[in-house]
Every structure is written in structure tokens, then in C-alpha cells.
Ligand binder design. Sequence first.
Ligand SMILES: [Zn+2]
Ligand SMILES: [Zn+2]
Length: 116
Amino acid sequence: MNKPDENGNLVFCCDFCGSAWDEKRPMVEGHRGSLICGNCLSIAFTELVHLDTGITPARELACVLCLENGRDGLHWVSPMNDEVIACRRCIKQSAGVLHKDPDIEWKKPPDPRHDG
Ligand SMILES: [Zn+2]
Ligand SMILES: [Zn+2]
């Protein structure tokens, strides 16, 4: 999302944790300007992909990244706002994008169930 800073300039912020974009914080864009930062992506990837945990939304919430209804499957929920969710498919896809980008240092987090 975009939000104005104290000078009224729009800054790009992660929809999930609210952190502003900067050089050290890569972000992946979803639909309608939604953004997820590398930090959130690491947590979400570990939970959804490695640990197979997450929530199935009780209400009719849509993944903010693909805007598809989240009734099926596991989702990761923003620690700030429990109406902001991301589906596993988007997390995997976004992680793949960042992982492959040679200009970005972000890598998929290792599986915590295995050492190393
Ligand atoms: Zn974030
Ligand atoms: Zn999605």
C-alpha cells in the first residue's frame, strides 16, 4: 500500500507489517498495489510452506496479493491486522520472484525442521 509520510509524500509500505520500503527491504507487489516485504515473506514462507501451518479464514476474506477468496487452503495472517491475509500460492510465488532476482539478497528461508 501507499501511505503519506509526514511531508505528504507517498511511501510504499508492506501491507502486512506496515514497514516502509527501503533499499534493504525488498518487496513484492501484488494486485492493486499491495506489497509484501522480505521479512514478512520469510515468516510466511516458513509457516505456510515448511511448517504447513496457517489459518483457513473464517470469514469471506480475500488474499490481498491475488484478491482471490481465501476459503480454501492455508493462509498467513498479518500480525497487525487479521483481515490482511496472503494465500500459500502467492507466498510461494513471491518468494520465488525474490529468490531469483540477482539484485536482491533475499533468499528463501531454510526449512527449520532440518538443521541448516
Ligand atoms: Zn512486511
Ligand atoms: Zn493469493
